[in-house]
Each structure stands twice: as structure tokens, then as C-alpha cells.
Design a protein around this ligand. Structure first.
Ligand code: 6R9
Length: 634
């Protein structure tokens, strides 16, 4: 691994060589692109539709919201937003229930369709649940929560690995009107405690132990340690993921009935004493659906607030149109449910669309580097959505792990989380997708709720340029602003008008929301990322703005330089910094696989006091290694 700050000649777009057309149909009618758009006047092709969605955003979103969601009471106002004030409200007057939209309406039409496939850590032991079964599990949990005093407006913290019970817990909260706060089940007790305290949760849901990559993780013990410093917590529901008993305290409530002969290891036999019918709460469009914490570069993590209707609509629409999801497809997003990617594309998007979604509990290399592709073959996966960090890792293990398995069911490959370098993109496209599956590089953030910029391969005339051909999604109007970062000018990506999926505020700190996202360019949403736009109107994301470097007066994003470095076979991954060159064994990464460059920069600048929020760091020891390495270098 190479941390470099040397001079770089000619890096940039010319390195993105190949380009292909997915479909060559020009001018096909709009209804084929998007049936919801059939009635829009003056819209005859995909480009008209994009313009319409931005220029007539009220008409666009009203039509889509009416067709895609099932409402208890219709909305009277499509949007009431003023970005400069940080005011974002969609579909006011409307009432709905998110769990009804994700479950009941599909149970009415296709109760036995598979809703979730739980790809357990133990290979080849998947468990399938139909929409009817998932609704029953959700109702039982909803009744339990209600009976134990959880009310509309409360916030329940969920500390669980991806599994049907975690999804049912999220949906049970939605059913009774509580908000959920899913904390990635790999976070430390301190990180968990900080998030429980900020969310003021009185209820936590967890499992006795997690299992990941063949290793047992003591989740319940971590909760025990965390709640020592969380006075609000009154009860902890504990389900059994393994058969090992854990010490239960006065606050703990076992979720299983005690039945000696039933193995609870599959987490499916819980709460058989609860009723399978649970009256859904009627929620206002702008009631909170969930909080999700994301790390701030300084200070404490931010609890971003997403609300009911707008979020669900946006997750559903992007899931359908970015991935070309069709009824009957098996969709697999391998992100953990503790990240926004898991929320929007393992849970809410696919379920709102009546889809079949895979919940992946394991790692890309357990029991071997063929895990993903063996799973694709066994579960007949049609869309696979993963992170560049995993693709880069698997690429180094060689093609044989991919070739071993049949991937003919795959139709679309997705990437998210970081810029995907050309080498990884090409490998993903050529080796994994056999050159026939479009790769959709999707740009978005916890704050945006769903994908904002991505190719849409099903569109007529769709073109995908590796690492770059990214177009705004319907209703998204990106703008590039000149900005100054660390004394050099950069182009910063903003979004010019609100869209339904965006976060509404920061829990407990609306001021910070406005300052961070709305004030840098009043009237615009500030993303904090840099971008280029080509003459065709395609966007390329260059990385976090505070990671931009200045080489001989050229502004160059970290993505471009890392892209070139990664093509050297000795370099597994790279992170580019100002005027700094060093080899390191490992890079500091978040638990979702993103390189934490700001930490590297602080080390280089010898600002060890101001490393910022490190709670999302995967292995804090790496920071010590790098500090030591840098020290030795000086
Ligand atoms: C969905 C998610 C958001 C940040 C974002 C950007 C980076 C995400 C990307 C990408 C380049 C892509 N990012 N997708 N950069 N190309 N396709 O990852 O949310 O965890 O909040 O991170 O991730 O820097 O600002 P989140």
C-alpha cells in the first residue's frame, strides 16, 4: 500500500478508455422508461422526462407518490421547502404506514412470494421468508413493543447483524410509529452508547451473539457495557442467534419462548405467543421513520433524520430504475443494515417494490474468496450491489474464484461507497459480469437517502463510461460550485433543489444541519464531495472535498491519483495526500470500508490532538501504526 504525494503526470479522464452502449433504442416512448410518467404532457423521451422531473418537480413527484405508495389519507401539498432555511417537507397532509407499504399490500397480492433470503454466515444455510411470514414476524414484534410500552415517537435502538428479525424490528417500529436507530453491530460499546444516548432510546433490540466470518461476536455483552452509561435504557430485548446462553440482567427480555425442542438458532421462531395481527399506526408524511448516525469529521457523529413518505418513495423509485429491478428478480445488496445502503437497498427499496431481497450476514472472503459468486449461483441473484473496497480485495485473489461459479443470472452490477477505480471497474465488468452486465456506479450519501447520480442502463441510449458516466436521477439537479479548499480552488458538488429522499435535519441539532449542508451555498444542498462534468453532462465524483490535492496548480481529486496507483500490481489500495509519500501495511478505514483520509492528513500535519471522531474506525491500531511509520520517516 502506498500513501503518496508525488507529482503525477496526466492522470484524469483519458484513463477511462472503454465505453459501451447498453441499448441503442433512440426516442422510445416515455412509458417504457417509466410507466408512472405515461401522463406527463410534452414528455416524449428520456431526456424530456429528466427535464420534466426537475422543472416540474411538483407534478412529477405528486404523480409518482400517488402511484407508488399506498396512502391512508392523500397529501394536500407536494412540497414545502426552503433550502436556505433548512426547511424540507414533502407530501404534507398525507398519512400512511411504511410497514403496510412494505408488507401488507404485497401479502394481499402475493403472500407466498419470497420477501427476504437470509444468507447466513454459515455457507449454504440460507433461510427464505415469504411476505406473509415477514408480516407475521413484524406484527408479533410490533405487539411486543407496544405491550412493553414503546409508543409513537419513541426511538428504538437496534444492534443486530443482518437477519430477518432485524428487518422485522425495523418494520415493527414503523408499524407502531416508533423511530429506529440501527447501529452497525461491529461498533464498540462506546460508539453504541454515544448513539443510544443521543437518540434517547429507552429500548434496545439485540441478539445474544453475532456470527461473522466464522467468528462469534459478543453483541449482548457489548450492549451490557454500553448501557452502563445510558440512563435512558429501560429494556433490552434479546434474541438468540447462537445456542450459547448469555447472562441476563433485570432489564433484559428474552424474545424466545422457552421450548426445549425448538432450535432458535435461525431466529425464526420468536414470539409465538404474540398475535400475528398488529394495527398499523397512521403516520404523517413528515413523522420520523429513522435516525442513522454518520461520522462527522469533527466532533460527535450526526444523527440524520429521515421521514416516512419521501424517504420510502425515493428508495423504492431508485431501486427500481437504477438497477432495472423487475418483479421476480432476486436483488442482493451486501452492505450491512447498519449503513444507509442497507436501509435503502436491503430493506426499504426492495420491500416497497414487492421484491426479493438478500440479507448478507457474512464477509466477501468467508469461507473463501468465492463466497459472493457461490451465493450468486445458489440464490440465482439478478442484481448484485457491493462496495469497491470488496471488489479491490477480491480482484487480488484472482479470477479463478469467480470462474468457478455460474453467474449467468446476473443482470446488473452496482457499486457504492467510494469512487471505483478503473482497474476494479473493469474487473467487475469483464470478469464478474462476463462483459454483459452493466456496472452502475452509484453516488449518494446517508444525507441523500437514496442514489442521486448513477447510470440508468435500461434507458434508451444509455451509455456507461467506466468510473464516470453518471447521470442525475429523476428530480435531481446537480450543480458544480467553485470553492476553495486548503488554499486551492476545487469544484464542489451541490444539489440545486430538494428531493423527497433527503434527510430533514440532525437529531437534537437542527442548527448543525443548516450550517453543514444549507449555509455553505444558501439555497443549495452542499454534499462535501468534488465532481467533474463532461460535455455530455456526465458526472465523475472525485472524492471528498477535503481530500483534494493540488499538483502543479492542477486540482486533482484523490480518486484519480489512486486510480493510477492501484494499477501497479504491488499496490493493493492507496490513499492520496498532500506532499507525503510513505508505504504502510494498512490504511485506516471505516467499518464500511472507506479510507479515512482526514486521519492520514492529521498525522502528516502532526495534528494528533485533532483526529476527530474515530468511532467509525475499523481498527484504531492502524492509526498508531501510521503515526509510528510517519514518525520513523521523519
Ligand atoms: C451511500 C454511502 C457518503 C460518501 C459520499 C462520497 C462517498 C459514496 C460513491 C462515493 C464516489 C461513489 N461515495 N458513493 N464516492 N463514488 N459511487 O456510501 O453513504 O456512508 O454516508 O457515505 O461516500 O464521498 O459523500 P455514506
Amino acid at each position: 500500500m502506498w500513501l503518496s504525494g508525488g507529482r503525477m503526470a496526466s492522470v484524469g479522464r483519458q484513463s477511462f478508455g472503454s465505453c459501451f452502449r447498453v441499448l441503442g433504442r433512440r426516442g422510445c416512448n416515455t412509458a417504457a422508461v417509466m410507466p408512472e410518467a405515461a401522463g406527463f404532457e410534452g414528455v416524449s423521451d428520456r431526456s424530456d422526462l429528466q427535464d420534466f422531473s426537475v422543472c416540474s418537480s411538483d407534478s412529477f413527484w405528486a404523480a409518482v407518490a400517488r402511484q407508488r405508495l399506498s396512502w391512508i389519507r392523500p397529501f394536500h401539498t407536494v412540497q414545502d421547502c426552503d433550502l436556505s432555511q433548512g426547511r424540507i417537507r414533502w407530501f404534507e397532509g398525507g398519512k400512511l404506514n411504511v410497514s403496510v407499504n412494505c408488507l401488507d399490500r404485497h401479502v394481499h397480492t402475493c403472500p407466498e412470494r419470497v420477501a427476504v433470503i437470509w444468507e447466513r454466515d454459515e455457507p449454504k444455510s440460507e433461510v427464505k421468508l415469504s411476505y406473509r411470514q415477514l408480516l407475521e414476524m413484524t406484527c408479533r414484534l410490533g405487539n411486543l413493543l407496544r405491550r412493553r410500552g414503546v409508543k409513537k415517537g419513541d426511538c428504538v435502538t437496534i444492534y443486530m447483524p443482518p437477519c430477518p428479525l432485524a428487518v422485522a424490528s425495523m418494520l415493527a417500529c414503523a408499524r407502531i410509529g416508533a423511530a429506529h436507530n440501527v447501529v452497525f453491530a461491529g461498533f464498540s460499546a462506546d460508539a453504541l452508547a454515544e448513539r443510544i444516548r443521543d437518540a434517547q432510546s429507552s429500548t434496545v433490540i439485540t441478539v445474544n451473539q453475532g456470527v461473522r466470518g466464522g467468528k462469534v461476536i459478543e453483541l449482548k455483552k457489548t450492549v451490557d457495557a454500553a448501557i452502563q452509561s445510558c440512563p435512558t435504557v429501560q429494556q433490552v430485548f434479546v434474541a438468540m442467534r447462537t445456542e450459547n446462553p448469555v447472562v441476563m440482567t433485570a432489564k433484559d427480555v428474552a424474545m424466545e419462548e422457552v421450548r426445549g425442542h425448538i432450535s432458535n438458532q435461525n431466529l425464526l421462531t420468536v414470539l409465538t405467543c404474540e398475535d400475528t395481527v398488529c394495527e398499523p399506526a397512521g403516520m404523517d408524511s413528515e413523522d420520523t421513520l429513522f435516525l442513522l448516525y454518520t461520522s462527522g469529521s469533527t466532533g460527535k457523529p450526526k444523527g440524520l433524520v429521515h421521514t416516512q413518505a419521501g424517504y420510502l418513495l425515493y428508495a423504492a423509485l431508485t431501486h427500481r430504475y437504477v438497477f432495472s429491478y423487475h418483479d421476480g428478480d432476486v436483488f442482493s445488496c451486501v452492505a450491512d443494515i447498519g449503513w444507509i445502503t442497507g436501509h435503502s437497498y436491503s430493506v426499504y427499496g426492495p420491500l416497497a417494490n414487492g421484491g426479493t431481497t438478500v440479507l448478507f450476514e457474512s464477509t466477501p472472503i468467508y469461507p473463501d474468496p468465492g463466497r459472493y459468486w457461490e451465493m450468486v449461483q445458489r440464490l440465482k441473484i439478478n442484481q448484485f450491489y457491493g462496495a469497491p473496497t470488496a471488489i479491490r480485495l477480491l480482484l487480488k485473489y484472482g479470477d479463478k474464484w469467480v470462474h468457478k461459479y455460474d453467474r449467468s443470472t446476473l443482470k446488473t452490477l452496482g457499486s457504492v461507497g467510494e469512487p471505483i477505480n478503473t482497474e476494479a471497474w473493469e474487473w467487475y465488468h469483464r470478469v464478474v459480469g462476463q462483459g454483459r452486465c452493466p456496472v452502475v456506479d452509484t453516488w449518494w450519501q446517508t444525507e441523500t437517502g437514496g442514489i442521486c447520480i448513477a447510470p440508468r442502463p435500461a434507458d434508451p441510449d444509455a451509455e456507461i463510461v467506466p468510473g464516470m458516466a453518471m447521470r442525475p436521477f429523476f428530480g435531481i439537479k446537480p450543480v458544480l460550485m467553485d470553492t476553495e479548499v486548503y488554499g486551492s480552488s476545487c469544484v464542489s458538488l451541490c444539489i440545486a433543489q430538494p428531493w423527497p429522499g433527503m434527510a430533514r435535519t440532525i437529531h437534537n441539532d437542527p442548527q448543525r444541519f443548516t450550517e453543514t449542508y444549507c449555509q455553505p451555498y444558501p439555497g443549495y444542498f452542499f454534499t462535501g464531495d468534488g465532481a467533474y462534468r463532461s460535455k455530455e453532462g456526465y458526472y465523475q465524483i472525485t472524492g471528498r472535498l477535503d481530500d483534494v490535492i493540488n499538483v502543479s496548480g492542477h486540482r486533482i481529486g484523490t480518486a484519480e491519483i489512486e486510480d493510477v496507483l492501484n494499477q501497479c500490481s504491488a499496490v493493493a489500495e492507496s490513499a492520496q495526500l498532500f506532499g507525503f509519500s510513505q508505504f504502510a501495511q494498512r490504511l485506516p478505514k471505516t467499518r464500511s470500508g472507506k479510507i479515512m483520509r482526514r486521519v492520514l492528513r492529521k498525522v502528516v500535519d502532526s495534528e494528533l490532538e485533532g483526529l476527530g471522531d474515530l468511532s467509525t474506525l475499523d481498527d484504531p491500531e492502524v492509526v498508531q501504526e501510521i503515526i509510528q511509520g510517519h514518525h520513523d520517516l521523519l
